[in-house]
Design a protein around this ligand. Structure first.
Ligand code: AHR
Length: 329
């Protein structure tokens, strides 16, 4: 090749190379860590591993990330807000493309969410929401309507006890203090049972969404209260823990004490089918596929709905028997 043609070819190659690099984008700009392979990286901060629901949710997220070709950085916060804040700050430093998290409590997120926003990293809330007044701090919230779940549980009880002529004593096992599902399920249930003044919550304590917590608090309830007619547990796991305490106290769960829970995980559904629980309001943990879809959309700069509500149902003992064989989690 003549030297003039050689120089022209070299210049052309450089122009093409620069052009290609510009088209691929730069991982240090535009608020994300898209690498040259074009893969989206998601930093996910999970609440913990407190319940069967949470385990199913974690599995759903991990499997869906793999299926969607999204690189997942996963952190288990062990039910501590400070661990979640630390994980989110790490993800900001690592310049991930999208941050998603399920906030252990509702309050106290504004500062770290602002840091993510300033770094240009979109945030998706999943399962639980935050109480931030500034809704621009996150792109969307994907999850259940917890108030509705509490309301459905309460309405079922109102119907069951419509002929009650005297007081119906209810004890309540709450989720961890300050968590959206604990606040909202309490609210929805309380509003629904207000329809019948005979229905009274005589004791209400947090059992932290765990079996151990449910068992321990139920033991205290049984010691302190002679007559307990109904238990409303904010999740299956606390209800399952409470079963042990109720049986140990010589009472028959599902008969001497009516038991209502939330979630409908396999163990809860088994207890319902076996007649130990009486009613479950479903809360679906299978949020992974929708979450990955949303991550792709927000990363591409598409507008997504501010709120995406999970579809859910309720189960009686008969319905649990039918649904159990196909229950995946
Ligand atoms: O936020 C969802 C709740 O968290 C589930 O109902 C409970 O089981 C979990 O720990």
């Amino acid at each position: 090749m003549h030297s003039a043609s050689w120089r022209a070819a070299t210049v052309l190659a450089s122009v093409l190379l620069v052009g290609t690099m510009a088209a691929c984008g730069n991982s240090d700009t535009g608020g994300g860590g898209t690498k040259d392979d074009g893969k989206i990286t998601m930093g996910f901060s999970q609440v913990g591993a407190e319940s069967g629901w949470r385990t199913a949710n974690t599995t759903s997220i991990k499997e869906s990330a793999t299926a969607a070709g999204i690189e997942l950085k996963f952190d288990d916060a062990q039910q501590k807000q400070e661990n979640q804040i630390k994980a989110i700050r790490n993800y900001i430093q690592q310049k991930v493309d999208v941050i998603a998290f399920s906030p252990v409590v509702e309050s106290g997120w504004d500062t770290v969410l602002k840091e993510a926003k300033d770094a240009g990293i979109p945030v998706i809330l999943t399962d639980r929401s935050v109480d931030s007044a500034d809704k621009t701090l996150y792109k969307t919230f994907l999850g259940s309507d917890f108030v509705k779940e509490g309301k459905l549980a309460g309405e079922w009880l109102v119907e069951q006890k419509k002929t009650a002529t005297g007081p119906v004593n209810i004890v309540e096992l709450q989720g961890n203090t300050g968590a959206a599902p604990a606040n909202d399920r309490k609210k929805g249930f309380g509003e629904a049972i207000a329809a019948n003044p005979n229905l009274k919550i005589i004791a209400s304590q947090p059992g932290d969404f765990t079996r151990a917590g449910g068992k321990q608090v139920m033991e205290q309830f049984l010691k302190a209260n002679k007559q307990i007619d109904v238990l409303f547990a904010h999740n299956d796991d606390m209800g399952l823990g409470a079963l042990e305490a109720i049986t140990a106290a010589g009472k028959v769960p599902g008969k001497d004490i009516t038991i209502i829970t939330v979630d409908a995980v396999k163990d809860g559904m088994q207890a319902l089918a076996d007649g130990k629980f009486n009613f479950i309001a479903e809360c679906s943990p299978l949020l992974g596929p929708q979450l990955m879809d949303l991550a792709k959309k927000v990363h591409a700069g598409e507008t997504v709905p501010a709120r995406i509500e999970t579809e859910e149902t309720t189960f009686t003992q008969e319905q649990a028997k039918e649904a159990l064989p196909n229950r995946k989690y």
